[in-house]
Design a protein around this ligand. Structure first.
Ligand SMILES: [Zn+2]
Length: 172
């Protein structure tokens, strides 16, 4: 699996264990997302310091640099979605196409050290917002463009899986 397009229904990951990366959503609540996300930052720094960071394993698989750029943007996206869910009643999310973002964001041409800094900044900011969510806010809803509903709990679980699954993708 090269990428996880937002248009595909990956909601199942919020209900059962991922057979690939081993992520288990059971017990994942908004207060556990922040610490788990912070723990990935040093590992992404290691990935981005690899000599072959720009190399694609094959034509249909992103390079570690592209995966890291994607994860940086996923952190920013889910941070803004989380803020919307906290500020508004059942907000609708605009669709986000990861492949378009990769092309328009020129992931292949990024500076790995710069991506490391940006990913860290985005991950820490997102972790902080998750850590500030109170239990009475966990079930606040948000509506995806495909009509399915997230709660802050399932949003956190879905988001954390994306970050961890891509660590699995790059062998980190
Ligand atoms: Zn997975």
């Amino acid at each position: 699996m090269a990428i996880i397009p937002d248009t595909k229904d990956w909601m199942w990951v919020t209900g059962r264990r991922c057979p690939d990366c081993g992520f288990d959503p059971a017990g994942v609540t908004p207060d556990t997302v922040g610490p788990a996300l912070r723990a990935t930052v040093p590992r992404w720094h290691q990935v981005l310091a690899r000599p072959g960071v720009r190399e694609r394993p094959d034509d249909s698989t992103w390079s570690p640099l592209e995966y890291a750029s994607h994860v940086r943007d996923v952190c920013r996206l889910f941070h803004s979605r989380l803020e919307l869910m906290l500020e508004q009643e059942n907000p609708g999310f605009t669709n986000w196409d990861a492949n378009v973002a990769a092309l328009e964001g020129r992931y292949r041409e990024q500076d790995p050290a710069e991506v490391a800094r940006q990913l860290e900044e985005a991950a820490i900011a997102t972790a902080s917002t998750f850590e500030a969510v109170t239990p009475d806010q966990w079930e606040r809803p948000g509506l995806r463009s495909n009509g399915t509903t997230f709660s802050i709990t399932t949003l956190g679980s879905f988001f954390l899986h994306e970050v961890l699954h891509h660590m699995y993708d790059v062998g980190a």
